[in-house]
Design a protein around this ligand. Sequence first.
Ligand code: PMP
Length: 431
Amino acid sequence: MTPNRASLQARHRSVLPDWLALYYDEPIEITHGEGRHVWDADGKKYLDFFGGILTTMTAHALPEVTKAVSEQAGRIIHSSTLYLNRPMVELAERVAQLSGIPDARVFFTTSGTEANDTALLLATAYRRSNQILAMRNSYHGRSFTAVGITGNKGWSPTSLSPLQTLYVHGGVRSRGPYAALSDAEFIDACVADLRDMLGQTRGVAALIAEPVQGVGGFTAPPDGLYARFREVLKEDGILWISDEVQTGWGRTGEHFWGWQAHGQSGPPDILTFAKGIGNGMSIGGVVARADVMNSLDSNSISTFGGSPITMAAGNANLSYLLEHDLQGNARRVGGLLIERLRAVAAGAAAVREVRGRGLMIGVELVRPGTDEAAPDAAAAVLESCREQGLLIGKGGGHDTSVLRIAPPLSLTVAEAEEGAAILERALREVS
Ligand code: PMP
């Protein structure tokens, strides 16, 4: 490690919290990027298959976004929600229309956590209940309320909470007590579990779920599960919150929102988003039916939420995404990449499963010949990829043994092929 990098790492360690983990034995400092590539402070170039945790959605240094941000910065960066804000109204109109929620209202925040916190505030106020259903193995953010509904203990540092949370089966298809069932039986078992649980509660406010669990290792139920849940929830007026922080904006290829794989019973009552829409500018938000959104009878603001500069970025980024059909690109290139990785997995004993859709692909690793999680192997693959010039992520519920692959949605076929070849070598090494 260069002395410069070692000293920055030491300064990081001495001034930032211990729980703010860094990737790699020798952490890297990313200094600039372009397209699907980034460079570190030593000048090494990487193909970026993680996009700063699924956040660089279109591309690094996308000229359209950079121009919109710098032009807006030259006019005004901040005004607050006390004044009319044209870029915010414009982005809200577009998101409301895209959301699929009828008579939708949009509230902008600065993060996914705050978006989910708002969704919980709305649902609990609307329903006058502090009971929330969440999925096992879920992740919804880092605030006090968000960790209280996060089913992944690795990311939930306290069990104290103003909410009473009940955890439902269904987010993880290939592990747990229902793993051996067929898709139809799996859904029936999860619905029966939900009904059983509801029979023992009174006045639950909402169910919150990620259509594809992100931090949990890109796991998902069979398509249609949440539509079946929705029918049960509707019987008691319980709201459905879809956390689209990772799955939104076409990343899953087949759908613009993750909930659309479960859309048979209509859209969710509340949808939360963040990450990709700002391409790195801090935008989060919540969309809800007007009666739900307007159910708060006090004022509420987010000083930074919807600031002109982040909204300018969001509008430019969204236009680029839609005009270049990046959802279609995610479907096509993601489809090729997943097929290629499945072929690699067939010859790599450490791979238990390759799963996901679009450009949201998980590769679960185990100790060869067993079903035991292999966090060491996942760490070794990350190191090997990094050596070879590829950045990927990792995650997973009870351990961290799932590789997470989520490049910007403009990924080209040649880049997918290049990344797959690097992953193939890394997976062979650990198998
Ligand atoms: N929900 C999901 C599904 C997420 O993946 C995340 C972030 N990883 C969050 C919420 C929280 O978002 P943020 O880090 O922007 O607060």
